[in-house]
Ligand binder design. Structure first.
Ligand code: ADP
Ligand code: SF4
Length: 694
């Protein structure tokens, strides 16, 4: 296939000081929950990005001194010479494909509690530690501390050079590093030459930029990663004021500018809150104040949007973290003239959530993410089939679609049967809820990939019974029949059905997605799920004219979305929509008296409150396993009919995230006709060099 010449510009080499990138695709530093704890996994993941064509590939935050110990989060470290070898391993994996390797040297200052190193945290001024509201403080750095800090940074730059890196990123972003704390008027109360005026507050950053140039700038590119706006008005940095002035003061010192907005929850906004290219309005001034190459991020997955950002003079390089996670081969797909094959990021931040949970990142779109070394999974390649088996996949949600897609790719004969009149299961249904349209990409990517597969047949409006499955004559049965929301209030807070809650008096998210609506009047959404569903149903109903109250037993609304960095955005949007938010409330009973009454327990006061109206229950789901149970009840009949295996995957096995269903579908396809020893750990592990008491 030939590439559209409009996209040629994306493959121009870009000079960054003494080094040159092979193209404009820049995988910005991104956390991944592997780092120094699972180094082989981290190395293979970065190497995969290089294989996929990213021109410059960077580490995540790399703490450069043990006074910056971000435990329990898992990042890379360059604390001493012993760290050089595993980071050199990443460099080698990246160089193998001709890409540049970058390292982001980080000191988290009072963002961290130093739980492992036990050092007293440091920062520009005495401040409480941010992480987890740890009840300890950072101490003010004196002049000797500043000299030490500069030496540690320089030493880390020299070690980075020894490891073979091409580029050093001097990190000033996300309201979580010592240079940002020095710049911040909120955090820096110093009265010496490092406090007060903008020039003073920028001094330390200028010094470490210059130190880095002096130490390694002859052979390595030096990038400034800088947040120009904190999205908090005059309380913080604004691009129209000090953000721009800071850029002007340092404009020509680094070899490249990687600019963004802060903090992380603003920089990595989900698709529910920001579209592709959303940072352009904040950073478009940067190229006017520097002659050095400029990059930004903005969940770019469309080559047209990338070309426009370059041609409109906003950036020279396309920065990307999440698009490179969802599709490590994005650049090569554009290069090879097949952009329709791009597995586009849906902007859900499940990747972020796993990092926040200190576990290797997962991706809703890319089930092979973090499995490159552990399971040997390649995002674009899968083994050919080893038998001529015919597989019947029942259900076309994310689990069934991914199973059918990958089985089809392996060459199996696949039949995909779906009860509804449309494919996509929960992805199709949920993408019609407010703010979730982009989620349909999970379905669309797979349908596009299967479009020309003659070995995959799809049947809509085919709700299969156990007898029909038996008669079908397939060798393997893959059940991906999904799950259904309960109506009775059972969930985390309530182990038994709540009196008065049943399918007649209560709507569930499935009912809402089926088009059912509460009677006119006030509606209470009982959110004991704590993710997105309660909030988006609230948005939907309020837009239709209902008066909506969301109650939750937790202390904050949509508690789990703290991990996806959405909680603050969600709370703000729901409040702006006029939705009443009540936390620490449980439902005691629902009655139909006076047109509907809901009795709540306020767990702070232990008092009861009565709200009028009807209720939507968002608590938990139950697997749709009737078909499986029906097949099991047939005893030996399936094996007598030649069926070799019957397996459940996705939500009908264990209701969970879309990412989990997609992974299950992928795993099913990988493992078909292989011998899986369920007593054995199904992946490789990093083992440490133990002293074993010696
Ligand atoms: P998952 O997230 O596990 O992929 P979903 O709920 O998204 O699950 O999708 C399950 C799909 O299975 C739904 O589209 C549903 O209509 C379909 N389905 C459920 N039972 C049957 C059945 N007996 N025959 C065919 N399709 C079914
Ligand atoms: Fe994008 Fe979601 Fe994958 Fe993260 S998990 S890369 S946001 S699709």
């Amino acid at each position: 296939m030939t590439r559209d010449p409009r996209y040629d510009i994306l493959f121009d080499p870009i000079k960054i000081g003494p080094v040159t990138t092979p193209n404009r695709f820049y995988q910005v530093p991104h956390c991944n929950g592997m780092g120094h704890v699972y180094p082989d996994s981290m190395i293979a993941m970065r190497g995969m990005k290089a294989e996929g064509g990213w021109g410059m590939i960077c580490t995540e935050q790399c703490d450069f001194h043990h006074t910056s110990d971000i435990t329990p989060f898992t990042e890379t470290r360059m604390w001493d010479d012993a760290d050089i070898s595993y980071l050199a391993g990443m460099v080698n994996a990246v160089h193998k494909y001709g890409s540049l390797a970058g390292i982001e040297l980080t000191h988290s200052g009072h963002n961290v509690a130093n739980l492992y190193s036990r050092e007293v945290p440091i920062g520009p001024s005495h401040r409480p530690v941010c992480a987890h509201n740890f009840p300890g403080q950072a101490r003010t750095m004196d002049k000797q501390d500043i000299r030490d800090f500069r030496r540690w940074h320089r030493n880390a730059a020299l070690r980075s050079k020894e490891a073979g890196f091409d580029v050093v990123i001097v990190y000033h972003g996300h309201d979580g590093t010592i240079p940002t704390y020095f710049l911040s008027k909120r955090q820096n109360q110093r009265t010496d030459e490092y406090g007060g005026s903008l020039e003073n507050r920028l001094r330390l950053y200028r010094e470490i930029l210059e130190d880095t140039k002096n130490a390694v700038g002859d052979t390595m590119g030096v990038i400034s990663r800088f947040a120009v706006d904190e999205m908090m008005g005059s309380e913080g940095l604004e691009w129209e004021n000090e953000g721009r002035e800071a850029l002007e003061m340092l404009a020509e010192i680094p070899d490249m500018w990687d600019v963004n907005i802060s903090d992380w929850s603003n920089d990595s906004m989900t698709s529910r809150f920001a579209p592709e290219g959303f940072q352009e309005e904040y950073v478009r001034f940067v190229k006017q104040v520097t002659t050095k190459p400029v990059s930004t991020v903005g969940r770019y997955t469309s080559p047209d949007a990338m070309v426009a950002a370059i041609k409109n003079g906003i950036v020279d390089l396309i920065g990307a973290a999440r698009p490179s996670i969802a599709d490590p081969f994005l650049p090569n797909k554009i290069k090879e003239g097949r952009p329709e094959d791009i597995r586009e990021c849906i902007g859900c931040n499940i990747c972020v959530a796993w990092d926040m949970l200190s576990a290797p990142i997962r991706c809703t779109q890319n089930p092979t993410m973090s499995e490159e070394w552990r399971k040997g999974w390649h995002p674009e390649q899968i083994a050919e089939k080893t038998t001529d088996s015919h597989v019947l996949v029942v259900g076309s949600g994310p689990a069934g679609l991914e199973a059918a897609h990958q089985l089809g790719k392996r060459g199996y004969q696949v039949t995909l049967a779906e009860a509804r009149s449309e494919l996509g299961g929960r992805v199709t249904r949920e993408s019609q809820l407010p703010g979730l349209a982009t989620w349909a990409r999970v379905r669309d990517y797979r349908l596009e990939q299967m479009r020309e597969m003659t070995n995959v047949e799809t049947y809509l409006e085919s709700e299969l019974t156990a007898e029909e499955v038996l008669e079908f004559g397939a060798d393997h049965i893959c059940l991906a029949t999904g799950a259904t929301w309960r109506h009775d209030g059972v969930g985390r807070a309530n182990r038994a059905p709540i009196p008065g809650m049943n399918s007649d008096s209560v709507l569930s998210p499935d009912d809402i997605m089926d088009g059912k609506r509460p009677p006119e009047g006030p509606v209470v959404i009982f959110d004991d799920d704590h993710y997105y569903m309660g909030g988006v149903i609230g948005e939907l109903l309020v837009a239709e004219g209902y008066s909506v109250t969301i109650i939750t037993p937790e202390a904050i609304i949509a508690d789990w979305t703290q991990y996806t960095l959405e909680q603050g955005h969600i709370e703000k949007r729901l409040k702006q929509a006029g939705i009443t938010l009540l936390t620490r409330r449980n439902v005691v009973r629902v009655s139909r008296e006076s047109g509907g009454e809901i009795t709540l327990l306020n767990t702070l006061t232990d008092g009861q409150e009565i709200l009028p109206g009807s209720i939507v229950s968002v608590t938990m789901r139950l697997p749709n396993d009737d078909l499986y149970n029906g097949l099991m009840e047939l005893g030996d009949a399936p094996s007598d009919a030649g069926i070799k295996s019957i397996k459940r995957i996705g939500d009908c096995y264990g209701p969970s995230l879309i990412a989990s269903a997609n992974y299950e579908g992928h795993k099913y396809a990988r493992e078909l006709d292989t011998n899986v020893d369920i007593d054995d750990v199904p992946f490789k592990r990093n083992h440490h060099n133990l002293e074993l008491g010696g």
